[in-house]
Design a protein around this ligand. Structure first.
Ligand code: NAP
Length: 547
């Protein structure tokens, strides 16, 4: 007996469907509405904010300065919003996103608590049929994935993760109400940016905190502070020039361009330069010399500088050594900014377990078992990261022309044209997709650039009376090769990082972001637009919609 295919309760016809109501999705909605396109955003959460909606763990804070990590598309917004700290906390960014949603009247375009499950391209009509877990469906000309690079949380691949009898948390899915760790024995697994931010704050409350570390990371002091009103006013005056400098920079944050190799200066001169960059921002140390990210010997000087700082802070030499990264070059995993991270290990009730020496074996009802022993705890915090860059896209069953699936197309790793499109998947767009500068940049700069590119490209197509936009296979191959070559010219592939997909067992190992810099990328995109978008084909559907 055949089971009838469930029919969606309703099908909503729109010009554009955007998936995700984070910083990218909301700006996309604003732009497309501005072009007169009937646009809906579907969002899995029950509020807007994306990353800043989900990642509510204690200490969650952006590692790009608030005056940089904000929209630039509206001068009024820039002027009217006041940030309170150098690095904004998660609640402050969420308030900002909510303000933007209200300020630009975006909320009525967002359908909350709705997860897209499948999207199928109808070649004859040039439209996407999109279904959701809410049982409804959309018929959309354009489908824009603003699903985030770090939105699918992962837990360790060890037995027993669901057997733990105490409270379990994941930094990427933190409860909305405050969590009190007072008097409790807490385990944190993972020492990436999230773990490094939350460990000092959990240590403030917990009776015992045990940190399970597989790989130590390079972390630098955030030197966070309240924002001086005069400094903020000066930046607001200078915003147009500053934003322009960010847009043409490498990482989306203006820094003075390096001119020398780390190996052509004396040890004293180099140390003085590193010292000056220490605690200033995320990218200063990495950008001090021209060859830090391409030459291992040059990189070692920066890596050793950070390790010296760790040794100077952590009193127990064995703990200091365990916290000192030696397996990957500095910067090839995303460096972290912290507040009191290393000093936290000087506290008597904070313990470090080196999982390289005693690997994680299982999660038990009582706690965490390594190859050596069981650690009994009351609370278990997974700071174990995400299925990054491709996870959110591949969760959705995306079927393009001729029944081709995105999962099959990317079985050996993602291939894209500009990180924006995949050949054979017309009218499907990604914001900060694999192959774009995305996670190697100030995301705000990349998001605005991508959204503007997509909106402008659609305006161009519609201006010609065409509704189907598709990358050519040649453009995709050429761009993917360019991304590969650029990545392989650096030290990034030497790290087992989420940039490489190495943190997810079975995921193809491939450097997924574009290291050419946001300035060069933008220039390339602008050139393409000026030349009528070579590499993209514009057409009309074979079966036009009835008038
Ligand atoms: P992450 O950098 O991927 O760190 C995950 C941690 O969990 C790593 O230490 C990893 O060890 C460990 N881990 C994963 N699986 C494990 C296992 N099976 N056994 C033991 N340990 C395991 O994730 P994240 O800290 O959430 O950060 C992800 C990214 O989000 C950051 O790189 C950053 O781009 C962004 N972020 C930014 C901020 C900010 O703006 N300040 C804050 C948080 C996050 P291995 O290294 O050995 O895999």
């Amino acid at each position: 007996m055949s089971v009838p295919t469930p029919r969606p309760a309703s099908v909503t016809t729109v010009d554009a469907l955007v998936v995700g109501a984070g910083l990218a999705g909301l700006y996309m909605l604003h732009r497309l509405r501005g072009q007169g396109l009937d646009t809906v955003v579907v969002e899995a959460g029950d509020g807007v904010g994306g990353t800043w909606y989900w990642n509510r763990y204690p200490g969650a804070r952006c590692d790009v300065e608030s005056l940089e990590y904000s929209y630039s598309f509206s001068a009024e917004l820039e002027q009217e919003w006041d940030w309170t700290e150098k690095y904004p906390t998660q609640p402050e960014i969420l308030r900002y996103v909510e303000h933007v949603a209200d300020r630009f009247g975006l909320r009525d375009g967002v359908r909350l608590s709705t997860t897209v499950t499948a999207a199928r391209y109808d070649d004859a009509r040039g439209r996407w049929h999109v279904t959701t877990d809410a049982g409804d469906a959309y018929d959309a000309e354009q489908l824009i994935m603003a699903t985030g690079c770090l939105s699918v949380a992962k837990t360790p691949e060890v037995p027993g993760t669901d057997t733990f009898a105490g409270r379990t948390f994941h930094t990427g899915h933190w409860p909305h109400e405050p969590v009190d760790f007072t008097g409790r024995r807490v385990a944190v697994i993972g020492t990436g940016s999230s773990g490094i931010q939350t460990i000092p704050l959990i240590a403030e409350q917990a009776a015992e905190l045990t940190v399970f570390q597989r790989t130590p990371n390079f972390s630098m002091p955030a030197s966070n502070r309240p924002l001086d009103p005069a400094e903020q006013a000066a930046r607001k005056q200078d915003y147009p020039a500053h934003r322009e400098a960010a847009r043409t920079s490498g990482f989306g944050v203006p820094v003075e361009a390096a001119t020398q190799s780390a190996l052509e200066v004396s040890d004293d001169e180099r140390d003085a330069r590193y010292e000056a960059a220490w605690g200033v921002n995320l990218v200063g140390l990495l950008s001090s010399y021209t060859d830090t990210i391409v030459d291992r010997a040059a990189n070692d000087t920066a890596a050793e500088f950070v390790r010296r700082k760790i040794r100077a802070t952590v009193q127990d030499p064995e703990v200091a050594e365990a916290l000192s990264p030696r397996d990957h070059p500095f910067g090839t995993k995303r460096p972290c900014l912290d507040t009191n991270y290393y000093a936290t290990y000087n506290r008597d009730h904070v313990h470090l377990v080196d999982l390289r020496a005693t690997p994680l074996a299982e999660i038990t009802p009582r706690g965490v078992r390594t190859s050596e022993r069981e650690y009994e705890v009351d609370d278990l915090v997974f700071a174990t990261g995400f299925d990054a860059m491709t996870g959110a896209l591949l969760r959705i069953d995306v079927v393009g022309r001729d029944g081709a699936t995105l999962r099959d197309r990317w079985a050996d790793g993602p291939t894209t044209n500009l990180g924006l499109q995949v050949a054979g998947f017309p009218n499907l767009w990604m914001i900060t997709g694999p192959g774009s500068p995305s996670v190697l940049s100030n995301m705000m700069v990349s998001i605005e650039q991508h959204v503007d590119f997509v909106a402008d490209c659609l305006a161009f197509a519609h201006g010609r009376g065409e509704t189907v936009v598709e990358s050519t296979p040649e453009a995709e191959t050429e761009w993917t090769e360019h991304v590969r070559v650029a990545g392989e010219a650096t030290l990034y592939p030497q790290a087992n990082s989420w940039y490489m997909g190495s943190n997810v067992p079975g995921k193809p190992r491939r450097f997924m972001a574009y290291i050419g810099g946001v300035g060069a990328y933008r220039q390339h995109c602008d050139d393409l637009a000026a030349r009528g978008y070579p590499g993209f084909v514009f057409s009309s559907p074979r079966v036009p919609e009835p008038a």
